[in-house]
Design a protein around this ligand. Structure first.
Ligand SMILES: C[S@@+](CC[C@H](N)C(=O)[O-])C[C@H]1O[C@@H](n2cnc3c(N)ncnc32)[C@H](O)[C@@H]1O
Length: 421
């Protein structure tokens, strides 16, 4: 494709993402469906360029004030991820001159908001919690692309064997440091051409997300509920940990998300999973199972701000109001899900948010209202699964799992664990 045609498409995509009327990944998929002729390399350039603009939106909008022509084109030029010589082939003489000028701006001297590229309502609590040095390390990590993490389906394969199979295919793969099921791949190979993936030995899953499932320690033959199962990322990990025995309910209010679980279940070889669409968290089907369940995972709907490396649009689509609404929902779901547990049963509350309000805030409010639930130390659980005492402690704060992209190289995650007395 001619460089200018690709740049124009990038500008069109940037324009549509900046309306923020739907999640960026959905808009990108829609865009590719409407432009079927695009090859894999062109798709990569378009998606990464648009995501780059979302990540550094404040800086790029500031720098783009000086140029001419449509704003979206200027933003696409600034965010361009791909061959620079190719980009130059798309630029007019005036644009080349402008780009040279902006590239010489010393960005370290710009206002803080133009350097961290976070909305103030988000930057402020993070800065307060983490202190200057960690805050800037976090901001930098959040504005970088995430690695590709995979989880080995232990029902079908062992991690050592999968690593060898991936390396035999010429891929650079290594075991993740914390999850006993994880593999980190270098680059972004097309997984549908990777044999161990085709065989159902692997699922895409961030290492942190794997640790949330691990904290439940689901066992053979148990009754387990994944209360907010969505498309089943954690359900699949739990089903494999249960060695495909017992009964694993995958609850969710979204039929659309549960529909996405079904083909993944078929690939995984699991037959112990029962997807159930709930009307809401106090659904009759939840009440019928009250007191009967061994383990419940509540991977609550949240702001998703821990996944900004993958979903940079979320920082512009969330607000203090949306976080407040989520907090109330999280507490309602957790309180309802807790009723499912037998005495001695385990409850895990988890989010992929960075904010205390959605994490410790909700867990503390739940704990106060439910004295029959006793806290378990997440670090102790992780030590039972291959982490040294020091490594487990470094993943936790006050007995709760607290993963940060700049420290742990996973998405940001939180989890609290309780046992029903
Ligand atoms: C963080 S996502 C779950 C991701 C999923 N566990 C995974 O690993 O792929 C949260 C899910 O909660 C669901 N949800 C929202 N409100 C709910 C409710 N009242 N009861 C149960 N699930 C709910 C959403 O539909 C969404 O799929």
């Amino acid at each position: 494709m001619h460089p200018n045609a690709l740049l124009e498409l990038a500008a069109e995509l940037v324009d549509s993402l900046l309306l923020f009327d739907a999640p960026a990944d959905q808009l990108v998929s829609q865009f590719f469906r409407a432009n079927k002729a695009l090859g894999p390399r062109e798709r990569h350039t378009l998606a990464e360029t648009a995501y780059g603009v979302l990540r550094q939106r404040l800086l790029f909008q500031h720098l783009a004030q000086s140029g001419q022509g449509p704003m979206a084109r200027r933003l696409a030029i600034l965010g361009w991820v791909g061959n620079e010589a190719f980009l130059r082939g798309a630029l007019t003489e005036a644009e080349r001159h402008w780009l040279q000028q902006v590239q010489s701006v010393d960005t370290t001297q710009l206002a803080p908001r133009l350097r961290h590229n976070l909305p103030e309502w988000l930057a402020e609590p993070l800065q307060k919690r983490l202190g200057e040095q960690d805050f800037w390390a976090l901001a930098q990590a959040l504005n970088s692309p995430a690695p590709l993490d995979l989880r080995v389906n232990t029902l079908k394969a062992r991690r050592e064997d999968v690593l060898s199979a991936l390396q035999a295919q010429g891929l650079v793969a290594e075991a993740t440091p914390h999850s006993p099921w994880g593999i980190r791949l270098q680059g972004k190979p097309a997984l549908n051409k990777v044999e161990p993936f085709v065989q159902g030995w692997l699922e895409v899953q961030d290492e942190g997300s794997q640790l949330l499932a691990l904290l439940l320690e689901a066992k053979r033959g148990e009754m387990v509920v994944d209360f907010c199962a969505g498309a089943g990322g954690k359900t699949l990990a739990l089903g494999a940990a249960m060695r495909n025995t017992g009964r694993l309910y995958a609850f969710d209010v979204s039929g659309h998300r549960l529909d996405k679980l079904k083909p993944r279940l078929a690939r995984s070889g699991l037959s112990n999973v029962h997807p159930v669409q709930l009307a809401h968290e106090r659904d009759e089907r939840v009440k019928r199972l009250a007191g009967k369940i061994d383990r419940v995972l509540v991977d609550a709907p949240c702001s998703g701000l821990g996944t900004l490396r993958r979903n940079p649009d979320l920082k512009w689509r969330q607000s203090p109001e949306s976080v407040r609404e989520l907090q109330a929902k999280q507490l309602a779901i957790l309180s309802s899900a807790a009723r499912l547990l037998k005495p001695g049963g385990r409850l895990v509350y988890a989010t992929c948010s960075l904010l205390d309000d959605e994490n410790e805030g909700v867990a503390d409010a739940f704990a106060q209202a439910h004295p029959q639930f006793q806290r378990l130390d997440a670090a102790e659980i992780l030590q039972r699964h291959g982490q040294t005492e020091a490594a487990a402690a470094a993943l936790c704060e006050g007995g709760q799992l607290r993963l940060w992209p700049h420290k742990h190289h996973s998405d940001g995650f939180y989890a609290a664990v309780w046992q029903r007395a």
